[in-house]
Design a protein around this ligand. Structure first.
Ligand code: PRT
Ligand code: ZN
Length: 285
């Protein structure tokens, strides 16, 4: 029986979240800190722990069948691999930033200037699209300190909360790309491996579908049910069951958690009682 090989980040922002997705898919992974490879005991998959920058290359060379990396790393690598699924984790953006006191009036600011980045390919294609000619200085790590040292007019780096830029006296001026972690795969998986990939994708879909979703149960007088269903627009064909108390029903449905918080007061005013909101572990659609 073949086994799939999936490459994930050894250490860093994507390590824990990649392991969690696999574990939520019911895949048991032994805790082998510092190991290069871990073998799942209940699904035919081996996990390779690598630096994220090496993952597209390993998948391209079929050392690994699958990998989890940021889209930024994938595109920067320019490796021919398939992007199989966006995973909704490690969301961030690649942005241009300059010292906060320098006036900025648009992308032409960067014409003939030097920009420091760890993403020269992504930056170059962005600048080409904007018809800007600039000098790209490739730097690995701590790009945000470069403008302060007077080595570049600006930087192009990953931003998530913005606090790194802020504490280095920089401001974000252009969005180059949005990024999140993606599942990548070698271009042609065949036979048993293709089948295993289908099983894995099915499980990942079930895990991702349930994210941000809650199961809601509430009681209401029968004449208020229509109004309640209208309050929660995400509520799809709720199940309505009669209660033992005459004229009352219980309503069950799946909702977005955000929506619930926005509408809780309206629900109560509309006559909902005994509201229960419970987590959903998996959702098969
Ligand atoms: O050692 P290895 O090469 O494997 O790891 P790495 O250091 O290259 O990557 P790592 O672990 O820092 O990030 C892995 C991936 O997570 C990236 O490729 C992105 O796709 C994604 N990601 C999400 C981030 C961030 N958020 C992030 N905030 N990657 C980096 N950052 C850094 C950024 O470079 C900057 O220094 O965090 C700082 C900005 O964060 P804020 O919150 O202050 O804006
Ligand atoms: Zn890296």
């Amino acid at each position: 029986m073949s086994r799939l090989k999936i490459a994930i980040q050894k250490k860093g922002r994507l390590n824990e979240s990649s392991l969690s997705i696999l574990r939520e898919c019911g895949i048991e992974i032994p805790n082998g800190a510092g190991k290069l490879i871990a073998e799942s005991s209940n699904f035919p998959i081996d996990i390779l722990f690598l630096r994220d920058d090496d993952i597209p290359q390993y998948v391209h060379q079929k050392v690994a069948d699958l990998g989890i990396v940021g889209e930024n790393v994938l595109i920067e690598s320019r490796k021919k691999v398939s992007m199989l699924k966006k995973l909704g984790i490690a969301k961030c953006r690649l942005s241009l930033a300059i010292p906060k006191d320098i006036p900025y009036e648009g992308i032409r600011f960067f014409q003939d200037k030097t920009i420091a980045t760890s993403y020269p390919q992504l930056l170059q294609s962005y600048l080409d699209r904007q018809a800007i000619r600039a000098q790209i200085e490739e730097i690995s790590g701590s790009v945000e300190i470069v403008p302060g040292l007077g080595l570049a007019a600006g930087i192009c780096d990953i931003v998530s909360s913005g606090s790194t830029l802020f504490s280095n006296g920089l401001k974000e001026v252009e969005l180059v790309m949005k990024s999140e972690a993606v599942l990548i795969g070698s271009e042609h998986l065949e036979g048993e491996k293709a089948l295993l990939l289908q099983q894995l994708l099915f499980r990942i879909d079930a895990v991702l579908s349930s994210k941000g979703k809650k199961y809601i149960l509430l009681n209401a007088p029968n004449d208020k049910i229509d109004a309640i269903v209208r309050i929660l627009p995400g509520m799809k064909s709720p199940t309505i069951l009669p209660l033992a108390a005459k004229g009352w029903s219980s309503l069950h449905s799946v909702i977005d958690e955000d929506q619930f918080w926005e509408h809780i007061d309206e629900l109560k005013k509309a006559g909902a009682e005994g509201i229960l909101v419970v987590p959903i572990e998996k959702m098969i659609q």
